[in-house]
Design a protein around this ligand. Sequence first.
Ligand code: GDP
Length: 422
Amino acid sequence: MTVTALVGTQWGDEGKGKITDVLAAQADVVVRYQGGNNAGHTVVVGERTYKLHLIPSGILSPGTTCIIGNGVVVDPQVLCGEMESLRSAGISTANLYISERAHVIMPYHRVLDELEEAHRAVKIGTTARGIGPAYVDKYLRIGIRMLDLTNPQRLARLLEQALAFKNPLLQKVYGHPGFSKEELLGEYLEYGRILAPQITDTSLLLQKARQQGRKILLEGAQGTLLDIDHGTYPFVTSSNPTAGGAAPGAGLGPNQIDEVIGVVKAYTTRVGEGPFPTELTDATGDLIRERGREYGTTTGRPRRCGWFDAVMVRYAARVNGLTGLALTLLDVLDVLEEVKVCVAYDYRGQRLEHFPTDLDVLTDCRPIYATLPGWQRATGAARSREELPSKAQEYLDFIAEQVGCPIQIVSVGPRRDQTIFL
Ligand code: GDP
């Protein structure tokens, strides 16, 4: 029996979708433990492409149990939509369970998300899906949970309580008309009716699965540098995608997680603003962007690209307690004459080995690089370490040594079979 947590080690978009898909095929249970429908997985199975934002991609493997844990915030409208589109493609959602403790994203959360972002002097780049405001209400103790959607009296009372906070805020600060309790009540009771068969105590399900020796995969969304505590605050998400968030977000004990695998790109990318020490604004950066198709999945926005930053991934190894790495997109670097790895930062003449908390310091950090020879051969067909060019093997060894963590999986292309287990 193994419980594996899978986390992103950079700024998200590390290729977690593919690694989750590969590992989910071997897992009996796949669990989302934080975030909401701000995750985005594109999974290609045969001729069809599936886009999932909330439901774990394990749903595509028949027989795999999928759990949306208590740490997730759930937009029932989006959830019902995803379930419907899966069913219309002939995929059963009978094995999908949602924690009764998961908090619900309401329409006022979505509206506030947009209005608050417009109000901010420094934009944090929210996806405006209501996720941050739903977490705010959870901690304000005025949240509505999945189990409340199946109890009309309680839902009415909780809506009244929440709207007593939200409507004056919407009306007086933002000039929005606000929301009517009756309309929300009708709509959300209907979601409760549709989802009732899937809403349960998922912690209990997980405990049973563990006792039966089943393989459990805890799937983190976003990435370490987007973590509310360990990320580049305030440009972060509103939950803990790091492995520490997996236990409370799934309803397990921390000592029940056996391994923590960090998904890492063979280089670095970042979306939107903020410091990025190894950014390449030259032809090499453009080449990586084109070869890696580094454009936002929903916005089409070009991602900023740069060399592998071992200072950052070392930090991710520390705050996640990584036991292994899954390195993706190695093939993107196939054509380069040389490759660089940032091994430390130069901050005003001082050598920094550790990732700084202060973003002003990070902004002033210059990368100190180690330069390695490129392999200039295609890696997409390699299925074992030995089939990789020796210089690509050297690159992997150098990264593992710098990060202080073994590489267990290497991905050399988007397809499931383009995966090497070391
Ligand atoms: P996620 O949010 O972490 O899942 O990352 P993305 O959705 O941005 O995934 C990155 C993209 O890269 C997807 O289109 C994948 O199909 C693709 N991809 C994943 N692994 C590899 C790889 O090893 N090589 C190449 N060339 N593409 C990959």
